[in-house]
Write a protein that binds this ligand. Sequence first.
Ligand code: FAD
Length: 386
Amino acid sequence: MANTEVIIVGGGMVGALSALLLAQQGNTVHLIEKSVFQMPTHDDPVDLRVSAFSAQSKLLLEQADVWKDIPADRLCPYKGLQTWEKGSQKLVFSSDDIGAEQLGYIAENRWIQAVLWQALQALTNVYIYQETQVIAIQQDAKQVSVTLQNQQVIEAELLLACDGANSAVRNHLQMPMTSWDYRHHCLLINITTDSAQQDITWQEFRETGPCAFLPLAGHHASLVWYHSPQKIKHLQSLNNLQLKQAIKDEFPALDFEFEVDAKGGFPLTRRHAQHYYQGRVALLGDAAHTINPLAGQGVNLGFKDVQCLVELLTECSDLGIPEILKRYQCKRKPANLLMQTGMDIFYKVSKSESNVVRVLRKGFLGAAQQSGQLKTRVMRYAMGIN
Ligand SMILES: Cc1cc2nc3c(=O)[nH]c(=O)nc-3n(C[C@H](O)[C@H](O)[C@H](O)COP(=O)(O)OP(=O)(O)OC[C@H]3O[C@@H](n4cnc5c(N)ncnc54)[C@H](O)[C@@H]3O)c2cc1C
């Protein structure tokens, strides 16, 4: 597909990657973003919103030719992943087991978005509309058009809704969702450590919810503390010194000294759109699905949506947009549902206080640690290279 007009609503990581890949193929892209993009600077403190990017996501960012632009001092490769239930044996994954250099990378969302926007701004076939929103959407058999707040009308053959979990496009079109709250919140805590940059991420499962450690570039790291909304509210109300003490008292032991730099609480909600397209409009990324962040898969699934749709648009251009979007839904919806459901079962089982489940849980983690094949398959799946 080339020379096609595409409207993309939402310039987060998923929307910006879609825009760049489609523009690089010669299509005309209209990118509509409700905020104003601000290029982060090297002096900015580490942002709270960080993500673990799989090997497959790295490949896509390389394909878009922006991976090289992510500053090295904002990118943390990790080689190991450890998970265990409080008081029991560790399940240890290592990139060495599959002959890979690393399992993935952890970076701030805003730097990934920034390198994509930088590349978009240099292209003459990308039109960017910032600080505005879509107030109306109309479509017929031939085209889709949107009206912006200033009454400007943009027409195109395809509209991609990448406007996040509360997608306004999805709401305009009254596309139904299945959703529920996990009754848990999580607190993201950025810390500065006195140890060298680490290359292992870990997660301890507890009946109150998991506790996780994500290494960041330099002397930085991110702690993720899942608990009841009341507990997270209380932790958020503490000052940084008090929170440091609460981490020392209640979080899994950290084998280094640290200072708390920043914190922020997030509710956990699962959402899944019942349909991924309507006519000439497709939902991608969080606009289509949100997942429990415990396995660090949210944006990786969004990037897989982008890859799938861009490939279909390139390889099946003779089919027409509605048929291509139908195929996109057939490929991505079951895959995203499988990951969402897998994470939910894992999450429920990890919190269960039933003695039977507790014994099975420990048995499974022990067996998985002994089974090279099972571990390798899980690792490859998480890396997106299954
Ligand atoms: C606590 C937490 C930890 C996470 N950790 C990980 C992880 O380790 N790994 C991972 O893969 N994922 C992780 N995720 C998930 C990941 O952050 C999301 O999946 C990802 O940010 C979704 O990207 P997106 O571009 O689809 O949506 P968003 O990032 O929400 O971007 C949407 C964009 O659309 C814009 N927008 C919104 N409304 C409008 C509108 N009406 N008009 C125009 N523009 C609009 C917004 O300003 C924004 O720029 C985590 C999520 C949470 C909550």
